[in-house]
Design a protein around this ligand. Sequence first.
Ligand code: DWN
Length: 409
Amino acid sequence: MSTIHKRKTCRACLSKKLLPILSLGKQPLANAFLTKAQLKKREATFPLAIEFCPKCTMMQLSHVVDPAILFANYHYLTSASAPLIAHFHAFAEKISASYISTKEDLVVEIGSNDGTLLSALKDSCRVLGVDPAKNVAKRAQAMGVPTVTAFFSEKVARQIVKKEGNAQVIVANNVIAHIDDLDDVFMGVRELLSGSGVFLFEAHWLGNLIGKGGFDQIYHEHLSYFSLHAVQALAARSDMIVTDVEIVPIHGESIRFAIQKSGVPSKRVLALRKKEISLGMKRTATYRVFAQKVARVRTELRTLIDKLLKQKKMIVGYGAPAKGNTLLNYVGLTAQHLAYISDTTPLKWNHYAPGSRIIIREPAMLSIEQPDYALLLSWNYAKEILAKEKELRTKGVKFIIPVPEVRIV
Ligand code: DWN
């Protein structure tokens, strides 16, 4: 596969009619944090733009970067964010209560990362992770979560069925949106699922992206931005059906789909389908308005940062999420603007954010140096973080929240 290719059809319904909506320019890969030595080299940048399919309301990136480049050595750890650990532990309890009947039942997670979810399930059923990032899969295996280090596919599904049998539950959290050939994955899911089994996958919800203006969730890993309408079209192509759906308060607002080989759509599916229509998600004009809002946020944030720097204020970044790099590079913020970024992921410490090349420091720096402002790049955890940093705020550190509207708290 070449390093990058232009997507010519809608990933959900194969329509050739794709409408350009927003370009965020050419950007480096959002999780490609740099070591000091790598600062000497020019970073690879790729077009970052989204296109809309008016036929099934799928939103997708115009270009696809080779996953081997994106995921071979991954800096993202599920366990680095306390709210995410809590979210997946609650999800594990729900899976166990709603879908597991014996210890023999098998739960397979596609994109299992460091095993945070499956380690919470492994005492109530059989578990198996599938993740291509060797550096992260090792952490899962150390937690007693057997993990296949590969990209999930129909072929891998057949190998799992041969060795472990069919799965009662297949889970995929924030990974289906990262995959280009979804037919291969959905056929693999159909192959691996037992007759009454359920495929549960979580992704950013397109309604939240356009509603909250969370443009920073657009980066090369996120190939697809799903609506219920689009996922119904996608599931139908593998002769499966969306039987339930739930909006969950994580990563802004995510949508959790339940897909099965047979069944009837729940009342929540029918209600969300109506809501997507009432939100204007089938109309192209809705996305034009979203693009205008994104341009406005960029201007407002850059104007605010420049004003604070003129007042000789010290500004840092808070959290080094992948989306933070989209925001920094789109707004044009660099180490000239932010002194450093603090983050709870040890893998990221003393690395540099791609593009902006701002150094990532451990959180202890915040109380030592006490900046005037912290730009909350991990705004999706604002509630937890503002509560956690009460003392810092009492000492006068103000937080700039960039999404959905630029505001200081
Ligand atoms: O799809 C994906 C999304 C959902 O999660 C993956 N591509 C990778 C990842 O993207 P992200 O890096 O934007 O995810 P998070 O979970 O929003 O990243 C949060 C970052 O903030 C982590 O690096 C940890 C950091 N953090 C922190 O420094 N202090 C988080 C919390 C809660 C904190 O208190």
